[in-house]
Ligand binder design. Structure first.
Ligand SMILES: [Zn+2]
Length: 484
């Protein structure tokens, strides 16, 4: 049996000024055929899963295509998308005949002229393979589930957890179901339900934690081959934006549709109740100053994982104004400042302007005389089984505050980002990270308290105020009663 695998993924915040092109992929992650490292990335895990299955089954031949990931950002340049897409399609063409294609996708990629990149890619894959070949993909739940994707593929499986720590398990499930389908042991049929809502749905907290446990139980009891919650991605101005339930059954479309609807309406009942307490900056810092141990402050809306710059300074300005010490910030994106620090060298004391350069809303740049404490070329942090490149990083210090400046935009996944620059995170009073919820599993164990901070910018976090131009159906909270 021959199976083709490749990955093309990014998450497009169509409101973001951080435009994306092919170099954004080459900088974040790019592995041509045969050159994917042994460790998976969030969206290329199906390739690693294919290798695992092939290691156990000599009759399985894996043909590896290219894998590319760009840090979430603004609209993807059309030529860049077509270049990366066609590279994979040509590889597939050469690999034919294959019995299955499994792709690692994100599901919220938008390019100039392509509102549904994944639907376009999957349709072109289907055009090459013809009917009868099993086509599947893993998706990030922060994606758009479009009719074109459903029509072109047999198996779509989203990560269940947010933080997405289960990406490798979902990839193994995808490959396993694809192999069963090729052997004719199952006939996967997808049923979806539109929940007519958009919200942020962390599964590290209730009620989503229990909801995901219930879904796992339903799968274990055989109610479906796979159940996915597509959370949706509110920063994507595309017509299919929104939350959906996706159920894959063994050729039981009516039962699948009924289950998708029942679970979808249960999820709809959680709308507006899924977020942990978010605090404004002053409330958050008041709370932090009352805690004895290490406090983790999450700047939830300046999260590069949502396609914004990650160079916002609103919270850091307040920390400076309060003269707080024992503070470590990980990270603040500023490649220009990193370059200057590398030129000055470790131990240098320099006047530096850093942060706040990419937009008008996320705070002004900071000017300080800083000591360059540590320089690391090509620093990485860990996230579950994957290594996330932070690029060249500089640790600067001023007034009892340490800031890690990074040159690859990336969200704060794990305390290893601090250790990479020589900081023992549990020895600091205050850790400021940029992440909506992916940080939680990694940082909660070392935190006396985790505080989510809503600084109000720059992510378009309020759907009722976002200027959507392509939505054509009622969606909560824009429409308070979307099912009426
Ligand atoms: Zn996601």
């Amino acid at each position: 049996m021959r199976i083709f695998t490749a990955s093309l993924a990014t998450e497009t915040n169509t409101f973001s000024p951080m435009y994306t092109d092919v170099h954004s992929f080459y900088q974040s992650f790019y592995a041509p055929p045969g050159q994917h490292p042994a460790t998976p990335t969030l969206c290329s895990a199906p390739l690693i899963a294919c290798r695992e299955f092939a290691a156990m089954d000599a009759s399985l031949q894996v043909i590896e295509g290219s894998c590319a990931w760009a840090e979430p950002g603004g609209l993807l340049n059309r030529h860049s998308y077509e270049l990366l897409r066609d590279e994979i399609l040509q590889q597939l063409q050469q690999a034919m005949p294959v019995q299955a294609v499994v792709l690692g996708l994100h599901g919220a990629m938008v390019a100039q002229g392509y509102d549904d990149c994944e639907g376009d890619l999957l349709s072109r894959v289907r055009a090459i393979t013809g009917p009868g070949v099993i086509i599947g993909a893993t998706l990030d739940p922060h994606s758009h589930l479009t009719p074109q994707r459903l029509a072109a593929s047999d198996l779509l499986i989203a990560f269940k957890e947010f933080p997405h720590l289960d990406f490798m398990q979902r990839a193994r499930e995808l490959v396993q179901l694809a192999l069963l389908a090729v052997r004719g042991e199952i006939k996967p049929v997808m049923s979806s339900f539109d929940c007519r809502m958009i919200d942020v749905l962390p599964t590290s907290h209730e009620p989503m934690k229990s909801f995901i446990s219930k879904i796992r139980q339903l799968e274990q009891q055989g109610a479906a081959l796979s159940i996915s919650v597509i959370h949706g991605f509110m920063a994507g101005d595309v017509s299919d934006m929104g939350t959906r339930l996706l159920v894959i059954t063994d050729n039981k479309p009516a039962e699948g549709a009924a289950l998708a609807q029942a679970l979808g309406m249960e999820l709809f009942s959680f709308r507006g109740k899924t977020l942990p307490q978010f605090n404004d900056i002053n409330t958050a810092l008041d709370l932090a100053q009352q805690v004895a141990g290490t406090v983790v402050l999450a700047d939830v809306w300046d999260n590069p994982g949502g396609g914004v710059a990650g160079d916002g300074t609103l919270i850091l300005h307040s920390i400076i104004a309060r003269k707080l010490t024992g503070v470590a910030v990980g990270t603040l994106w500023d490649p220009m400042a990193v370059k200057l620090c590398f030129a000055a060298g470790e131990g240098a004391v320099i006047a530096l302007r850093f942060g706040g350069k990419s937009g008008a809303t996320a705070g002004a740049p900071i000017d300080k005389t800083v000591t360059v404490r540590c320089l690391v070329a090509g620093a990485v942090q860990q996230f579950a089984d994957s290594s996330v490149p932070m690029g060249d990083c500089a640790l600067i210090e001023f007034d009892g505050i340490e800031v890690i400046l990074n040159s690859n935009r990336c969200q704060s996944f794990d305390p290893s980002l601090f250790r990479a620059l020589g900081i023992a995170p549990q020895q600091r009073k205050l850790l400021l990270v940029k992440s909506t919820n992916h940080f939680y599993q990694g940082f909660a164990p070392l935190a006396a308290k985790v505080i989510y901070v809503d600084a109000g910018a720059p992510y378009p976090s309020d759907p009722t105020r976002n200027k959507y131009t392509k939505l054509r159906r009622p969606l909560w909270p824009i429409t308070p009663q979307p099912f009426d």
